[in-house]
Write a protein that binds this ligand. Structure first.
Ligand SMILES: NC(=O)c1ccc[n+]([C@@H]2O[C@H](COP(=O)([O-])OP(=O)(O)OC[C@H]3O[C@@H](n4cnc5c(N)ncnc54)[C@H](O)[C@@H]3O)[C@@H](O)[C@H]2O)c1
Ligand SMILES: O=C(O)C1=N[C@H](C(=O)O)CCC1
Length: 255
């Protein structure tokens, strides 16, 4: 019997490799038989070391991630981006870069956990049925941004679903408050942030109406929860040229 021909593995680079999510991603890529880790870079490392990758994964910081995405797209390298801070303006900028590189794919996802994606999906479904809604995100205290990217996306989706159904703004008679006591206003939805040692990444979406409430809650207790979504995006990003926001398409949810 002749030996099986060696199958080529997909070359992957990780930016932010020394960080919490980067280190988890490095472990996941190294454990995947179909992927090959070709670069694991931190702050100050030369990006050119990632040039041999077919897919770059970015878990760095909101203030540097756009430079990384532009670098990737300009070289025709597809990117899977978990770093937060993606406003509509930033997404439009990425789409603009991608128009110049039609075969390249970029996935930007505020949360790669399947449970978190379902939590957002369920919250969107519930949004039109309730008068009141508020989002509470709870994270480890080393997180640099607030509200979380997941909370922003959740609030935007709830807001859009309510607007489409013609639901009025949530009632709120507060007229006197300490600044911040009612959280941040994201697309008309109140978002509250908790930073607590011992937590990883958690979110509750609270819905209320006459005589009842509904709470949709998700907990990531360990960063391994993000890895199936990250690896699915790494494997499929090159099949989806252009910009994909969220991993819903990889789970058969949405387009
Ligand atoms: N999408 C998701 O599922 C998901 C999950 C968890 C965290 N995040 C996001 O990922 C990002 C990183 O989170 P974290 O907890 O790993 O943070 P972290 O601070 O532990 O890691 C960030 C790493 O990036 C490195 N870095 C900074 N600038 C760099 C540069 N120019 N080039 C290369 N590396 C650079 C830092 O030195 C650090 O090692 C945050 O925006 C966070 O919100 C997303
Ligand atoms: O730990 C973080 O930082 C996380 N960031 C993402 C966000 O801001 O939504 C995802 C959850 C964990």
């Amino acid at each position: 019997m002749s030996p099986a021909a060696p199958t080529s593995r997909l070359p992957v680079a990780v930016l932010g490799a020394p960080g919490r999510m980067g280190a988890e991603t490095v472990r996941a890529v190294e454990s995947a038989g179909d992927l090959e880790l070709v670069a694991a870079l931190g702050r100050g490392d030369d990006l050119e070391r990632a040039a041999q990758a077919a897919v770059v994964v970015d878990f760095t910081r909101p203030d540097v991630v756009m430079d990384h995405v532009r670098w990737c797209v300009q070289r025709g390298i597809s990117a899977v981006v978990g770093t937060t801070g993606f406003t509509e303006e930033r997404l439009a900028q990425v789409r603009g870069w991608l128009r110049e590189q039609p075969g390249t794919g970029v996935v930007v996802a505020p949360n790669f956990s399947v449970g978190a994606v379902l939590m957002m999906h369920f919250a969107e479904q519930a949004a039109r049925f309730y008068e009141s809604v508020e989002v509470v995100e709870l994270h480890h205290p080393d997180k640099v941004d607030a509200p979380s990217g997941t909370a922003v996306r959740t609030a935007e989706r709830i807001s859009a679903a309510r607007a489409e159904a013609g639901v009025a703004a949530p009632p709120d008679a507060t007229s006197q408050e300490l600044p911040g006591a009612r959280g941040a206003d994201v697309a008309g939805i109140r978002v509250h942030g908790v930073r607590l040692r011992g937590l990883v990444a958690h979110q509750e979406v609270l819905f209320g109406d006459q005589g009842e409430t509904l709470t949709v809650r998700h907990d990531s207790f360990d960063r391994s929860s993000f890895m199936p979504g990250v690896l699915a995006a790494v494997r499929q990003v090159r099949d989806r040229p252009g910009l994909t926001v969220g991993i819903e398409p990889f789970l058969g949810l949405g387009s």
